[in-house]
Ligand binder design. Structure first.
Ligand code: ADP
Ligand code: MG
Length: 632
C-alpha cells in the first residue's frame, strides 16, 4: 500500500516553479510585473549570459519593508489580494503570491529594498529555497532583485536552457511586451555590459513602437479607438502592407496585461481577410480595457491566457472596429512593396462542408454592415463587369436576363484579347504597328497600358501603377459578393440542362457542395455515374462553357482541403469566379476598357487589394521619385 505524505514547502515551491518559471525570461517577466505593481516609473534589467548567470531588476517603486521581506519570498504570500472574492477584481499584474518563492527555490536570490519612509534598506538572501537572516543595508529607494545561477539545483531544467541568444531573445520579448503595455515607464535592458534597449517614457505609444519595431512600422500604424459602455479598445494595427509569416507580432493587452487569445486573433485575421496574402498574419498593438469583474485571469499559471465572461462581445467589437476603420482608411501600398511569401494550399481530401444558413447569414450581415458601404449599381455593367455601352463593352455583352438555349455554339473565347484581336487586328495593323506600350486617354488623366499587364496613371501626387487583373478581380469579387449576400445572384439559365462529364472526385465535390454552389448561381444535379446536369451557372462566367465553369469550381472545392467553414468556402468560390471572369494579366485592353476599369475602381470598398490580398495599386509620389533621382 503506498503511503500518502504531505510534501515539504520546498518541494511544493519547486513544483510551482516548474509551472511558472520555465526559463530566464519567465523570471524577468515576473520581476518586471512586480516592479510595475509597485508603481515604479523606472525599471532597469541587467542580464548576463542570457539570464543563466545573472538577472538583476532594479526599480524605484514602493519598496518592501524589512519586516515583510521574509513573507515576500514565502509561497502564497501576497499584498495584492486578501480573499477569494478579490480574484474577480484583480487590478494588479500579480496576485498569486508565488513568483518570488518559486524563483527563490530554484536559484540564488538576493532581495534588497527600501520603501520611501525608511531611512535604511534591508537585504535578504535565499539559496535554493533556504532563507538567510535579514541584514540592514544602505540602498536607494525601491527594490532590486538579483537572481544568480538559475536552476542550479534543478539539473533537468538547467539542461533545457537553450543558447544564450535564444534565451536573450525570450528575455527581450518579455521586456518588449511590458514596455508596450506601459509606455509611461522608463525601461532599460542590458546584456553582458551592452545596452539592448533604453526606453524613456513616451506620451505617444507609437514612439515606443518606433524604437522597438522601427520607424517604418510606426509610421504605417492605423489608430483604433473604440469604446462602448463596458469595453474600450484602443491602440494601433499595422497597415496591411506590413505583415508577418507568424502571429507573434500580435500584441494584445488586457487591462495592462499581455495576453494570447485565439478568439481575438481570429477576429483580427477576419478583419484583414482579403487584405493579406495567404499565410501572412496581421500585426497589432491593441489594448483592451474591460471591468476586471468580467474576466477571469486565474486560469493560466503565467496568466497568459484569460477567460472572458462574454468573449463574443469582445470578438465582435474588435472585428467591427477594425472593419469600420479599414473602410475609412486609404490602405494603398506605397512605392515598393515588401517581398511576401505565399504558402500553397495543403492538398488534402475534399472538405465535407455543410451549409449552415444562420452562420452565413451572420457573416453576410457583418460583411454588409460597414458604415461606409458604397452601393454597386451593376445595371450598367456587362457580365465581365465592364460597361454595356461603348465599342469595347459591347464586344462581350451578354444579356444575362434572357435564358439561352443550350450551348450549341462553340464557347465564346475566354480571353478578352482574343476577341479584340480578331475584330480590331485589321484596322489597327493598318494604322499603327503593334506596340507594347499604348497611351490611352483616361478623362483628364492619361493612362497607359504597359506590357498588357499594368496601367500607369498620373495622379496629383505622382503616379499609380495598377495591376489590371488584380483590380478587375477585386471589383468583380465585391460585386458578386454583394449580389450573393443580397440573394440576387444573376445566373445564366439553360433551357435544356447540359450534361457535363467530370472526374469522379470532381463530381463528388460538386454534388456535396450543391447548396453553396446554388448561392453562386450554379444549379446542378446528379445524372448518374460521373455526369452532372447543369441547369444554370453564374452569369459573370457566361463567357465560359458550363464544363469549364464546373471544372474550375470543382478544382477550387478540391483545393479547399480541410476547410470546414462554409462561409470560407463560399468566399473562396467567389474569389475563384471573380478571378476567372476578370481580364487577365497579358490581356490587351482598349482605351474604353481601361477607362471603364479605372472609373469602376472607386466602387470597390477596397480597391487597393485583390481578393487574395495582393496590392492592386502601387503609388509613387513625386517626392519619392525626386528622392530616388537624387533631386532632393
Ligand atoms: P505576487 O506578485 O503575486 O503578489 P510575488 O511572489 O511576485 O507575488 O511577490 C510577493 C509580494 O512581494 C508582492 O505581493 C509584493 O507585495 C512584494 N513585492 C515583490 N516584488 C516587489 C517589488 N519590486 N516592489 C515592491 N514590492 C514587491
Ligand atoms: Mg508577482
Amino acid at each position: 500500500m503506498p503511503t500518502i505524505r504531505q510534501l515539504s514547502p520546498s518541494v511544493v515551491n519547486k513544483i510551482a516553479a516548474g509551472e511558472v518559471i520555465e526559463r530566464p525570461a519567465s523570471v524577468v517577466k515576473e520581476l518586471l510585473e512586480n516592479s510595475l505593481d509597485a508603481e515604479a516609473t523606472r525599471v532597469d534589467v541587467v542580464v548576463e549570459k542570457g539570464g543563466a548567470d545573472l538577472i538583476r531588476i532594479t526599480d524605484n517603486g514602493c519598496g518592501i519593508r524589512a519586516d515583510q521581506m521574509q513573507l515576500a519570498v514565502a509561497s502564497h504570500a501576497t499584498s495584492k489580494i486578501a480573499d477569494a472574492k478579490d480574484l474577480f477584481h484583480v487590478e494588479t499584474l500579480g496576485f498569486r503570491g508565488e513568483a518570488l518563492a518559486s524563483i527563490a527555490s530554484v536559484s540564488r536570490l538576493m532581495l534588497r529594498s527600501r520603501p520611501a519612509d525608511c531611512e535604511a534598506g534591508a537585504e535578504l538572501e535565499v539559496v535554493g529555497g533556504r532563507v538567510e537572516p535579514i541584514r540592514p543595508v544602505g540602498c536607494s529607494l525601491g527594490t532590486a532583485v538579483e537572481i544568480r545561477q538559475l536552476f542550479f539545483n534543478t539539473p533537468v531544467r538547467h539542461k533545457f536552457l537553450r543558447t544564450t541568444s535564444t534565451e536573450m531573445g525570450h528575455i527581450t520579448e518579455a521586456v518588449t511586451r511590458l514596455a508596450l503595455a506601459h509606455p509611461e515607464v522608463h525601461f532599460s535592458l542590458t546584456h553582458s555590459g551592452r545596452q539592448v534597449h533604453d526606453l524613456p517614457p513616451v506620451e505617444d505609444p507609437r514612439e515606443r513602437v518606433a524604437v522597438l519595431f522601427g520607424q517604418e512600422m510606426a509610421d504605417g500604424l492605423i489608430e483604433i479607438d473604440n469604446r462602448d459602455d463596458v469595453i474600450r479598445l484602443q491602440g494601433y494595427v499595422a497597415n496591411p502592407s506590413q505583415s508577418r509569416g507568424n502571429n507573434r507580432w500580435q500584441y494584445l493587452f488586457l487591462n495592462g496585461r499581455h495576453i494570447r487569445d485565439r478568439s481575438l486573433q481570429h477576429a483580427l485575421s477576419e478583419a484583414y481577410r482579403g487584405l493579406l496574402l495567404t499565410g501572412r498574419h496581421p500585426i497589432c498593438f491593441l489594448h483592451l480595457e474591460i471591468p476586471p469583474s468580467t474576466v477571469d485571469v486565474n486560469v493560466h499559471p503565467t496568466k497568459l491566457e484569460v477567460r472572458f465572461q462574454d468573449s463574443g462581445a469582445i470578438y465582435s467589437q474588435l472585428l467591427g472596429a477594425l472593419r469600420a476603420k479599414f473602410l475609412t482608411t486609404d490602405l494603398v501600398a506605397q512605392g515598393t512593396v515588401p517581398e511576401q511569401s505565399t504558402t500553397t494550399d495543403s492538398e488534402s481530401e475534399t472538405a465535407h462542408v455543410k451549409l449552415d444558413a444562420s452562420e452565413l447569414f451572420d457573416w453576410a450581415k457583418r460583411q454588409l454592415g460597414g458604415p461606409h458601404r458604397q452601393e454597386f449599381s451593376s445595371g450598367d455593367l456587362d457580365s465581365r463587369g465592364l460597361p454595356r455601352s461603348g465599342s469595347a463593352g459591347s464586344l462581350h455583352l451578354h444579356d444575362v436576363s434572357l435564358p439561352t438555349v443550350g450551348h450549341d455554339a462553340p464557347p465564346v473565347p475566354s480571353s478578352l484579347s482574343a476577341i479584340e484581336d480578331k475584330i480590331e487586328f485589321g484596322e489597327r495593323s493598318r494604322l499603327e504597328p503593334p506596340v507594347e506600350c499604348v497611351p490611352v486617354p483616361h478623362g483628364p488623366q492619361p493612362a497607359l497600358q504597359i506590357h498588357n499587364r499594368y496601367l500607369v496613371v498620373e495622379t496629383e501626387e505622382g503616379l499609380e501603377v495598377i495591376d489590371q487583373h488584380a483590380l478587375h478581380e477585386r471589383i468583380l469579387y465585391e460585386t458578386l459578393r454583394d449580389k450573393v449576400l443580397g440573394g440576387a445572384i444573376e445566373s445564366q439559365r439553360l433551357l435544356v440542362p447540359e450534361p457535363v462529364d467530370l472526374a469522379s472526385s470532381e463530381t463528388a465535390a460538386i454534388i456535396e457542395n450543391r447548396e453553396i454552389l446554388r448561392l453562386l448561381g450554379l444549379e446542378v444535379e446528379s445524372f448518374g455515374g460521373d455526369t452532372i446536369l447543369v441547369s444554370a451557372y453564374p452569369a459573370m462566367l457566361s463567357n465560359f462553357s458550363p464544363l469549364d465553369v464546373v471544372q474550375s469550381l470543382a478544382e477550387q472545392l478540391q483545393n479547399e482541403g480541410n476547410q470546414t467553414e462554409s462561409r470560407d468556402l463560399l468566399d473562396d468560390l467567389m474569389h475563384r469566379i471573380a478571378c476567372k471572369a476578370a481580364v487577365k494579366y497579358g490581356d490587351r485592353l482598349t482605351s474604353e476598357e481601361v477607362n471603364a476599369l479605372l472609373q469602376q475602381r472607386h466602387l470597390a470598398q477596397d480597391h487597393h487589394h485583390c481578393p487574395h490580398g495582393r496590392p492592386t495599386t502601387l503609388v509613387f509620389t513625386c517626392q519619392q521619385l525626386d528622392r530616388q533621382f537624387k533631386r532632393i
